[in-house]
Design a protein around this ligand. Sequence first.
Ligand code: LLP
Length: 418
Amino acid sequence: MREFQRRKDTMLIGGVSATKIAARFGTPVMVTDEDALRENYRALHRAFNAVFPTRVHYACKANTNLSILRILEQEGSCIDAVSIGEVDSCLRAGFSPDRILYTGVGVSEEEMRQVVERKVPINVDSIGQLRRLAAIDSHHPIALRVNPDVGAGHSQKVVTGTKGAKFGIPKEEIVQAFAEALRLGFSPKGLHAHTGSGGSDPTVFGRVTEVLVDIFERVRSELGLDLEFLDIGGGISIPYRPEELRPDLDAIAAEVAGKLKGSSVRTLVVEPGRYIVADTTVLLTRVNDVKSTPVKDYVLVDAGFNTLIRPAFYDAYHHVAVANKFGQQAQLKYDVAGPLCESGDYLAKERYLPKVEVGDLLCVYDVGAYGFSMSSNYNTRPRCAEVLVWEGKPFLIREREGLKDLLRHQKVPPRLSQ
Ligand code: LLP
């Protein structure tokens, strides 16, 4: 959790008053601090490169806002992309194709063709996909994704590396898969695995590296294939709760580098999404109603799981503060819920806050990763606006949607038009 300054009772985001941002751009609105984004990228890049030559591939599924992509492009980041939409957004943001690695699962032939056309390397997820890709272009640059049987994550829903998960080529078949790739005409460049997202056990990065190094060396000794990079995926967590500590990047990097020592690996790739963007962004949401029930008190705000689905979907914790009563004593216990017509629509449960009134502005922390990118139009509500704060000034980086955007793709047959 990032610390925020205040001016009197008002929270400041990158030096700008939260209430001013809300008044000018409306609510709900997600606000990103550009300096924080650059700092996170640099800290991660620095920690790994201090111990091993490392490329950072930002996992853009966390947040594909073009301005955020532009900033990371300027910082020198590469990209982990999982769909043609993400690939095209990154190309639009100025990334050259060789700075993107496409890692899809259950990829259609059409999407594979599109990725090939754009000259973006493909991280192949199955032997079936490898054969289908060979029929399109057997000289396309590829890596292979292994299921390492090492998994981790903040929720079962985001653990990807365990045996039986839908991702990657089983560990037992991966050397054969490289042999098959060579036979088909490919010159594979790398080996990849992703254990899962946001788990609390930092030893997972060392454990997966060990598995990958073993495969890397077998591919070299058994097939004579010298791979360029070893990619350990993403998954570095952030502290969402006040009592949690930031992960020790130096310790993680040292543990990974320790496993690479003496191996023939020359380049390490890491694919962080959450760590780079999560704590750069807050959600400002207005209080529409305050309601007491015989059981609990509710603060009802204008953002629901259409805007931030992580609490409802993963039971994820996001810290909440009252942005216009910032620093005031917490007095009362509330559940914070949204405007959607489902009981599961909540942002926070059992939080102590200063006495909340209609019109107050709530700030939900750490929404930069998997916040906007997982938002929806449920209940026919527009997606929120996004604002970037830089040098004490706010800039609109995505307009709030309007009803027009929501209805744009619908067609009513003429016989129903009257
Ligand atoms: N690489 C691959 C292949 C991935 O599938 C992912 C995330 C990452 C990298 C980045 O992981 P990160 O560093 O952000 O943990 N929606 C969930 C997270 C799903 C992550 C999916 N894959 C959430 O809100 O927690």
